[in-house]
Write a protein that binds this ligand. Structure first.
Ligand code: SF4
Length: 394
């Protein structure tokens, strides 16, 4: 269709049109179909919310009664196939980015994208964090940037008005698209092939399943072997039960500045024993890296570089208790995996492996979890520079 604006109407010549114009008492309105379509398009922009953090709250407020984006024909749709505009409101991490891209690809053309807030625009103060994408335009084409931390709902509405202006200009052929840098459009694959991901090997699921249910015999430590018998009593424990177990391991002193450190050889057996006694939930596995001469409060200056890996379990149910302990290893020294005792240890150990480089012997699938597979270094190690150079996806 030829693009005509209503300004052209004064020069329009047609016998019927002239007759109508000259008829007394008749008012004639003219319009170009393309203008009508543009009007309809720009006033019915349905939004797909990609709200992840604080900016998402402002986004929600924009849809509420005070600002009421519905006035502009902006309807929020929770499905990409019905939406015209994706609003990315909040921080996007490296792991989320491929999913955001997938949702974007599920939106039909024509479609537009608004980056709402500093995090979506540039990563903001998380920009140099190992896990945050430094701006969504590293993998998505952004049409309008709405600055602020967070931008208020009115700012989002202003952004929508700018988007309407841009669409009008585009339809008139007056908008010049800025050049995109193809290198920025690349995004690393997620490091974890999820269920249904073609990159995920079938054996991987199988191995994980096996490891969650079938601890091998030689992992057990006879001194603390769980005796066969009736199912363990899952009643809440009292704190002395855990202390008693620690005493069996020769740990009599309970430090105030962290969990007690137990002998490395007893670690797996302790976890099994605790699970049998009712500590059935693995709360966390968290490692800390200490450089030479550093460590817990009062550490000896000659103390060599080491890692402390802390574990916390919890009894399930009313009045639950927590049992926490730690093991200490030198760089490169492995710790036995707990993935055969607690299925949830699988990814928590992978996380510590990824971020600190601690290895877990017997883990069925020890790969990076947060960072891309080709990432060099471990971002939670002490020597890792806080102003580390550009992340590999830039
Ligand atoms: S820009 Fe500010 S308000 Fe928005 S998600 Fe980031 S930190 Fe939160």
């Amino acid at each position: 269709m030829a693009v005509k604006t209503s300004d052209d109407a004064g020069h329009f010549r047609h016998p019927l049109y002239q007759t109508l114009l000259e008829s007394p008492g008749l008012t004639v309105g003219t319009a170009v179909l393309d203008d009508l379509m543009t009007w309809g398009l720009t006033n019915a922009l349905w939004m797909f919310p990609m709200a992840t953090s604080c900016c998402g709250i402002e986004f929600m407020a924009a849809a509420a009664s005070r600002v009421d984006m519905d006035r502009m024909g902006v309807i929020i749709r929770a499905t990409p196939r019905h939406a015209d505009v994706m609003v990315v409101a909040g921080t996007i991490t490296v792991k989320m980015a491929p999913r955001v891209l997938k949702l974007w690809e599920q939106m039909p053309e024509p479609k537009w994208c608004i980056a709402m807030g500093s995090c979506a625009i540039s990563g903001d103060f998380y920009r140099n964090l190992y896990s945050v994408v430094p701006g969504i335009d590293t993998f998505l084409p952004v049409d309008v940037y709405v600055p602020g931390c967070p931008p208020n709902p009115e700012a989002l509405m202003a952004g929508m008005i700018r988007l309407q202006e841009k669409i009008r200009a585009e339809r008139k052929g007056e908008f010049k698209q800025p050049e995109t840098n193809p290198a920025l459009l690349k995004i690393s694959n997620p490091s974890v092939p999820r269920l249904n991901d073609p990159a995920r090997r079938a054996e991987q699921s199988h191995e994980q399943e096996l490891s969650a249910h079938s601890p091998t015999e030689d992992e057990a430590t006879p001194a603390l072997e769980v005796s066969a018998g009736p199912a363990p009593d899952l009643a809440p424990l009292t704190a002395p039960d855990f202390e008693g177990l620690l005493k069996e391991l020769g740990v009599t002193e309970l430090p105030k500045d962290g969990p007690p450190i137990i002998p490395l050889a007893q670690h797996l057996a302790l976890a099994r024993k605790l699970k049998a006694l009712g500590y059935r939930q693995l709360v966390t596995i968290a490692a800390t890296h200490w450089l030479k001469g550093k460590g817990r409060k009062g550490a000896d200056e000659a103390e060599p570089e080491h890692f402390e890996i802390a574990y916390a379990l919890r009894t399930v149910g009313k009045g639950s208790h927590v049992a926490a302990w730690a093991v200490r290893v030198e760089p490169g020294q492995p710790v036995l995996t707990l993935s055969g005792v607690f299925a949830g240890a699988d990814w928590q150990e992978r996380e510590q492996y990824d971020l600190l480089g601690v290895t877990f012997a017997g883990h069925p699938d020890l790969r990076r979890l947060m960072m891309t597979e080709n990432y060099v270094g471990h971002p939670l190690r002490r020597e890792f520079p806080s102003d580390a150079p550009a992340a590999p996806w830039r």
